[in-house]
Design a binder for this molecule. Structure first.
Ligand SMILES: Cc1cc2nc3c(=O)[nH]c(=O)nc-3n(C[C@H](O)[C@H](O)[C@H](O)COP(=O)(O)OP(=O)(O)OC[C@H]3O[C@@H](n4cnc5c(N)ncnc54)[C@H](O)[C@@H]3O)c2cc1C
Length: 406
């Protein structure tokens, strides 16, 4: 098993007792990451979406870790899913982003908000990866303020008709089903969410390829023109669409923070090798003290990012046992925002240190750190920008009366 990953499992094992099944699942995650690694590098160089991600995830059965056993998952603590995502993040964020959306944003939202029929239909298929899912919240004019979304739904023949555009959607052009958030045409104060079959008439999609990084992850724009959705595909109660969205983001942000731990570990792995092998001024660069400073910074970043992320994941179990408890929800919001804010900044900084240790070669996608650097930047934007998280943290401290972002 990959060394840093093994160490993370041991570290968590100091305060969490893994079941045999959980350890086996983490071993499978490690194998999946190994199998993914080589192809991922090639696809990244060619700026191509890597469609092996869903296939390899299916082969190793790694998409059901936090999903209840009743629906075919492992029913594990979030901490185990965090470790899984941490391992995937070592490759960069292609596989990791696919996993985040499929598991943290979509499957967990369906588990929490779905009817028995929806859970039976979509969860098993999603975790066996017979279907790919996307989470369609952002629009061209509604990003940090998703509550201002314009996509609309109206009632028709016992179902609904959806019109609008979703923008920057991970898995957007490959998904079979999209969770879509839309505003009622009859009552604009009401936002609801729907599971939409991506092959329905009126759905058109375009891949957005001109990104700064994250080349192996699919990002799409999706247009809905009079798309008919059956009544039974509404996800969650009428008018609770933003509750569904925010609870999905609460999970997704822990997932992003865990991917960031992987970026930091990937950076550390790469500099450990390079600083021993690369010789300048007659000795390995790792013997130059200023190079050691970069290595020390990355190691410190790993420690600083790890604990808020693990603690946020651990606290989630309390919150899920008592989901109506306001104090636990607020604690979850605060811990998650802090974890993502810290881990994403430190992932970006760590990849930057790693590029510096590699010198000119580091500024190339041919090096093992180029993709980590390019991919890490988006973690400060998606699923809550730095600024929105800062406002959230401050309002959790000062109280809701000080909420500055609504
Ligand atoms: C690769 C990628 C994948 C993505 N995947 C998904 C996905 O799967 N599903 C999905 O729904 N979305 C997805 N997104 C969208 C992402 O969540 C948004 O980009 C993000 O929420 C920011 O919105 P925006 O880009 O519209 O920026 P804007 O909202 O326009 O923000 C621009 C700047 O203004 C700041 N700002 C905005 N409001 C405030 C405020 N009140 N106070 C202080 N500063 C403020 C922001 O922090 C930011 O710095 C993805 C984005 C990317 C880049």
């Amino acid at each position: 098993m990959e060394r840093l990953f093994q160490k993370s499992i041991e570290e968590v094992g100091r305060f969490y007792r893994f079941s045999e099944e959980e350890l086996k699942a983490l071993e499978n995650v490690d194998k999946a990451a190994d199998e993914m690694a080589e192809g991922e590098f090639e696809h990244y160089l060619r700026h191509e979406v890597n469609l092996d991600a869903p296939k390899i995830a299916k082969k190793y059965g790694i998409l059901g870790i936090p999903i209840s056993k009743e629906y075919g998952g492992l029913g594990s603590n979030h901490l185990v899913t965090v470790l899984a995502k941490e391992r995937l993040g070592q490759l960069g964020l292609g596989f990791s982003s696919f996993f985040n959306v499929q598991v943290f944003l979509c499957s967990l939202s369906i588990q929490k908000w779905g009817t028995d029929e929806q859970r039976g239909k979509y969860l098993n298929a999603a975790l066996n990866n017979n279907i790919v899912m996307a989470f369609g919240l952002t629009e061209p004019e509604a990003g940090s303020d998703p509550a201002s979304l314009k996509t609309s739904y109206s009632k028709k023949d016992g179902g609904f008709v959806i019109n609008g555009t979703k923008y920057l959607i991970t898995n957007g052009s490959i998904a079979d089903y999209i969770i879509v958030f839309a505003r009622s045409k009859d009552n604009p104060a009401e936002t609801s969410s729907f599971i939409v079959d991506a092959n329905s008439n009126g759905v058109s999609r375009m891949r957005l390829s001109e990104k700064v990084g994250l080349f192996t992850s699919d990002t799409g724009m999706i247009e809905f023109n009079d798309v008919e959705v059956p009544r039974e595909n509404m996800l969650g109660p009428v008018g609770k669409g933003m509750h569904v969205a925010y609870s999905g983001l609460l999970n997704g942000r822990i997932g992003v923070a865990s991917g960031c731990l992987g970026i930091i570990e990937g950076s550390l792995n790469a500099v450990m090798t390079r600083s021993r092998e690369r010789v300048q001024h007659g000795k390995p660069i790792g013997k130059h003290q200023l190079v050691q400073r970069h290595i020390a910074e990355i190691m410190q970043n790993l420690q600083m990012a790890r604990w808020p992320t693990y603690m946020a994941a651990l606290q989630r179990a309390d919150y899920e046992k008592d989901p109506g408890n306001r104090a636990l929800i607020e604690e979850a919001e605060l811990r998650t925002a802090v974890a993502k804010r810290i881990a994403s900044r430190l992932a970006f900084e760590s990849a930057d240190h790693a590029v510096q240790v590699f010198g000119g070669f580091g500024y190339s996608l041919l090096s093992p750190v180029g993709a980590l650097f390019c991919d890490s930047r988006v973690t400060r934007i998606y699923e809550g920008t730095d600024e929105i998280l800062e406002l959230k943290i401050a309002s959790e401290v000062l109280g809701k009366d000080f909420e500055a972002y609504r």
